[in-house]
Design a protein around this ligand. Structure first.
Ligand code: PMV
Length: 315
């Protein structure tokens, strides 16, 4: 039996603009994990069990768009094995779905890692391969993913990421001061594919306006990286507020997200913004150990369904 995990993630800066080649910053959310367990089959064929989804099926019965089946087929293609041994693959996840925390990418990465190890093709369990194969599966579900989600969940480290046709550019960066974040869920589920598609249509209709918005987000990501490396949390907070305003311009915020962002700012957060594809899902607030409790209470009062605390430790 082989088991593997992959973490959730939060995008700190640059979502959506990252699809158009601007830099973005994301960090793993290691307290929330997806887990995959691969064990020898007790019956002929490949059995896929996902208790969270109420799913227990044989691979041969999976629909072509089944997310877990897609992972198995991807690995099968990569290892060039038309048949696999009899297996049972069990998948579970603590990461809420469709909420901007990278649940799909984490499940995919965990299955790839566990399956590659089980099959004895260890090179496919390396971070670079897990990231590349996860990206292929993300493409099936999300259309035009930037590659940031698969990168951060596969490498499980903070990344400064730039999408490039010639091969994505990935830089680790240092964190000078602990960054205390609250991650608050609006409880509204939203589709990344729909939000990304809407931004694309608006960009096609008004390319100059949207290129300027993406440039604005890109400059913020560059400045934010410098602020993280300098431990300048006041500047970082101001940059979050600015980034949220650009995301509102892209029409990917929502009344629930705006309410939480305003509540956090009014309660003394250094900054706040939506995180991920938007239209629902999660927002993040930058706090200090002193302001954390007040901001948390204000977020609940403003309608947050769940709140996680995440600290980015100095490196
Ligand atoms: O909501 P999520 O976690 O799927 O975030 C997607 C981030 C986007 O920038 C909107 C899309 C992408 O592929 O980078």
């Amino acid at each position: 039996m082989v088991s593997a995990t992959a973490p959730g993630k939060i995008i700190l800066f640059g979502e959506h603009a990252v699809v158009y080649g601007r830099p973005a910053i994301a960090v793993p959310l290691s307290q929330l994990k997806a887990t995959a367990v691969v064990s020898p089959g007790t019956q002929p064929g490949i059995r896929l069990i996902a208790p969270d989804l109420g799913q227990d099926i044989m691979l041969t019965d999976a629909s072509p768009d089944d997310p877990i089946a897609a992972v198995i087929w991807q690995v099968q293609t990569a290892v060039n094995r038309p048949t696999l041994p009899d297996l049972t693959i069990t998948v579970s996840s603590q990461i809420p779905v469709a909420s901007g925390l990278g649940s799909g990418a984490a499940i995919t990465a965990a299955v790839i890692r566990a399956l590659a190890s089980f099959l004895g093709v260890g090179h496919l369990a390396t971070n670079a391969w897990v990231s590349a194969l996860t990206y292929e599966v993300e493409k099936i579900h999300h259309g035009t993913p930037s590659g940031i989600d698969n990168t951060v969940v596969a490498y499980e480290m903070p990344v400064y990421f730039v999408r490039q046709a010639s091969g994505n550019h990935l830089e680790p960066f240092t964190v000078a001061q602990p960054l205390h974040l609250l991650v608050a869920d609006t409880g509204v589920r939203s589709s990344t594919r729909v939000a990304v598609g809407d931004v694309r249509r608006q960009w096609q209709a008004a390319p100059e306006k949207f290129e300027a918005i993406f440039d604005g987000c890109g400059h913020i990501a560059v400045a934010a990286r410098a602020a993280i490396e300098a431990g300048d949390t006041a500047t970082l907070g101001a940059l979050m507020v600015e980034n949220h305003a650009w995301l509102q311009e892209m029409t990917v915020s929502s009344p629930e997200l705006d309410t939480l962002v305003t509540a956090a700012a009014n309660a003394g957060a250094l900054g706040a913004k939506l995180s991920g594809a938007g239209r629902g899902g999660n927002m993040i607030a930058l706090v200090t150990p002193k302001t954390a409790a007040t901001v948390r209470a204000a977020l609940y009062t403003a309608g947050a369904k769940t709140i996680l605390a995440a600290t980015l430790e100095p490196s």
